[in-house]
Design a protein around this ligand. Sequence first.
Ligand code: ADP
Length: 379
Amino acid sequence: MAAEAASALGLSMAVLAEKPDDAACATAAEVLLGSPLVEEHLRALAARVGVVTFDHEQVDLAVLGALDADGVVIRPGLRTLEMAVDKSRMRAVLADAGIPVPAHLIVPAGPRGAASPAADEIAQFAAAHGWPLVLKAARGGYDGKGVWPVGDMAEAASVVAPLTGTLLVEEMVALDAELAVMVARRPSGETVTWPATETAQVGGVCREVLVPGRLSPEMLDRARAMGERVAEIVDAVGVLAVELFWSGGVLMVNEIAARPHNSGHWTIEGAVTSQFENHLRAVLDLPLGPATPQHAQVASVNVFGGPAGQDPRALLGRGLAVPGAHVHLYGKEARPGRKLGHVTVCGDDAADVRERAWGAALALGTPRPEGLSLPRGVA
Ligand code: ADP
């Protein structure tokens, strides 16, 4: 999607992809095959481009540091990436800066048994905050992978036992809503912020994004202010997604992603400038476009592979038959439960756009999510 935005601006995007069938290869102007963890491969990419930027966090900071030292322009910069790749560092920096965050503990993980120091510390934390807790691997997680809700010490011990590295232990927050706010920031600090969205996760995976969802004007203001403060603290350049929890009147930051994000896909049709275009503008230090929404209501619903691995491309006609459905399929191989695309619908009525977006996502083979109540027309 970033490559589509690049093409419109006459920019040429080169992508470092692990496999020729990675989704970005279909749209990027140039493809280099290789691993973002291998210095030689990253140097080959850096030699082709003016600015190196990212669409995931599975990077090696030492390798990037070596490139940075040699003058390669990396945006966002190393300080931001250190937080983006490590949830414990991200959490510590935000807590130190006075940003409200869930109660937490940072401990080295195993491999250890129930009698390990980590287990003792987890038990003490649980005594203070109560079960259940949420355990998170500091590095390498995404889409709920590396996040484990645990109900008691035995469960916690079995999660911790095979882990290495650092573990983030947190209270289970009683969520009234989850929000995300996207901020685009230039190296000078110039910032534009899209209106906050309400997101719904099932099993740690984002299923829908509603703009503005149930968010009141006051909450939208608070979320915007929080997002902009966080962008300054982490010295973001490019797009920053700030994921927020709303609980008992308190707004707290769960995590950040220093790149375009699923909760900003709605901006392609729903805002004057998309997150992808503004990410490119920001990392290239070009003037940012307005983040103003173009519609009163926007719903964006993710498309997943069905239980039999149905390919949504084979169902495209059914999805497109839903009035106003903007269908984006990423060209990935269809597998059960794999995120394969999204559908956005814009309009004036919250219930109507949500119903049409879900109608199209289901028509494309997306399984019905457990634990999320669907709009009446498709339920
Ligand atoms: P990921 O990096 O996989 O996106 P997150 O930290 O965002 O991991 O967690 C995924 C989802 O799990 C969140 O969107 C939220 O629904 C739930 N979750 C994570 N941490 C907590 C918590 N402390 N309390 C309640 N729910 C949580």
